[in-house]
Design a protein around this ligand. Structure first.
Ligand SMILES: Cc1cc2nc3c(=O)[nH]c(=O)nc-3n(C[C@H](O)[C@H](O)[C@H](O)COP(=O)(O)OP(=O)(O)OC[C@H]3O[C@@H](n4cnc5c(N)ncnc54)[C@H](O)[C@@H]3O)c2cc1C
Length: 442
């Protein structure tokens, strides 16, 4: 079968690898000049590092398995066991044990000074419909826990807001904590500690994974090839792709669309209108990652910190990357990165790079005390970086699935669907390929 994969992010590349391994002829059409999407390597001040995603959830097998499959197994690593903090109420405070911000130890929470008042946990029955993460948590452990713990932890994954994000789609780990959230979080942490490290990384950066997957797939990879339209054509499909004025046609038997929701919605408008309509409603958060390299080895507190939105800072998180990753420490320099931007808050991003960098450095200096001038810095903007799984997201995606299932030789996958983390995105691509091959009777 000849298959076109639209989008060369980790979803599209995984689909290409799965199809290539089963002997299919695959062309990957990627609009930008490079594959990888939100996974991107770069160099700042002569240090090779990640400019996008930098860690893999290791409690799910898909990402680490994929890295091994494409020859990166001996470069898999884990972050150093250095504690993180919350920068709130004027100080860096130790992050107490939580399940996505739900405290597992109320004494540790109060001792951290993150909340101003004692917290009480109320047992309530689980809701029979989807609600926001904020509604669920605030009614059980109070608004301050939402504001100062759940918001920064959710913000780290979705760059979103707890009062909009869906409990079921964005925080299934919290939804599973019932009826007493704190007791349940405590039990869940105790059993999880036995399961080994939570996160993994790749020496050289997670951004090296896409190229390795692309090469292993054996697919024909066409960068700079934006897909503009897809149509059913005879028994198969015809895609129109490329620069305006130089549009090429690709005739294939099947199509896997692995683009962010706005692009997928445009491409499916004619062939699967219900799916297109549902995907058009998925909002995205834009963000920027600023990376600083210092010539000195700085003594920084812990592995980094998260900031609750209520504290009104420019940065929402900072990672002391050369403390977190031993392979970066080997550079003999300090690498620090900070992120800016949450869903619906584009103001902080609507400034030039120099203004953004000055605001970020000012925040970092307030948080950690003095910092010398960096030897180099880099600003990576991620417009439309992270899909927002608002309340009702799973119903929206069920509509997408039903609509696409009715169209022969068409599949969709990627971060807009059932998980934004790299392992979930890889799984979505693998499931899309399984459905396609089932339909083809393989
Ligand atoms: C800054 C940032 C940090 C993150 N950090 C982490 C992390 O540490 N760990 C983690 O697990 N997850 C992280 N994530 C989330 C994760 O990286 C993404 O969810 C995942 O990489 C998305 O993969 P994807 O293939 O679905 O989409 P994308 O990576 O968005 O790839 C889609 C591709 O489609 C292309 N495209 C779009 N339209 C067209 C078209 N019409 N024709 C052809 N090509 C098109 C795009 O150019 C892009 O290359 C992070 C996300 C961001 C933004």
């Amino acid at each position: 079968m000849r298959v076109a994969v639209v989008g060369g992010g980790i979803a599209g590349l995984t689909a290409a690898l799965e199809l290539g391994d089963r002997g299919h002829d695959v062309v990957v059409l990627e609009g930008s000049a490079r594959v990888g999407g939100k996974l991107r390597s770069g160099e700042v001040g002569g240090v090779g590092l990640d400019l996008g995603a930098e860690s893999l959830l290791a409690r799910r097998p898909e990402a680490t398995d994929l890295a091994r499959r494409v020859g990166l197994g001996d470069r898999l690593t884990h972050p150093e066991a250095v504690p993180a903090a919350i920068w709130t109420r004027g100080a860096l405070r130790p992050l107490p044990p939580t399940v996505m911000g739900v405290p597992a130890d109320l004494d540790a929470l109060v001792a951290s000074g993150i909340v101003s008042d004692a917290v009480e946990s109320r047992s309530l029955p689980a809701p029979d419909h989807d609600v926001s993460v904020a509604e669920f948590v605030a009614s059980r452990v109070g608004q301050e826990v939402v504001d100062r713990l759940v918001e920064p932890l959710l913000g780290g994954v979705y760059a979103g807001h707890a009062d909009r994000l869906s409990l079921r789609a964005a925080a299934p780990q919290i939804a599973a904590l019932a009826p007493d959230l704190v007791a349940s979080a405590s039990a869940s942490r105790a059993s999880a500690t036995a399961d080994g490290p939570v996160f993994a990384g790749i020496v050289g950066g997670v951004g090296t994974l896409p190229q390795a997957v692309a090469e292993a797939s054996g697919a024909d990879i066409r960068t700079g090839t934006t897909v503009r339209a897809i149509h059913q054509h005879g028994d198969g499909w015809r895609l129109a792709a490329g620069a305006v004025g130089a549009v090429q046609s690709f005739d294939v038997d099947a199509v896997v669309v692995a683009t962010p929701a706005p692009a997928t919605a445009r491409l499916l408008a004619e062939v699967a209108p219900d799916a297109a309509f549902a995907l058009a409603a998925v909002d995205y958060a834009s963000m920027a990652l600023t990376t600083f390299v210092f010539d000195e080895v700085l003594d920084l507190p812990g592995s980094g910190f998260l900031v609750p939105p209520v504290d009104g800072t420019t940065i929402k998180a900072a990672t002391f990357s050369s403390t977190k990753w031993a392979w970066l420490a080997e550079s003999g320099r300090t690498v620090l990165r900070a992120s800016v931007g949450r869903a619906g808050e584009t103001q902080a991003l609507q400034v030039d790079d120099a203004t953004l960098v000055a605001a970020v450095l000012a925040d970092l200096r307030s948080a950690v005390g003095s910092l010398p001038e960096p030897a180099d810095h880099h600003v990576q903007r991620w417009g439309g970086g992270l899909p927002q799984y608002d309340v009702g997201h799973l119903d929206r995606i069920a509509t997408v699935d039903a609509s696409v299932a009715g169209v022969r030789g068409l599949e969709v996958c990627g971060a807009a669907h059932r998980g934004v983390g790299i392992p979930a995105v890889i799984a979505s691509a693998q499931e899309a390929v399984s459905r396609l091959l089932d339909e083809a009777g393989e």
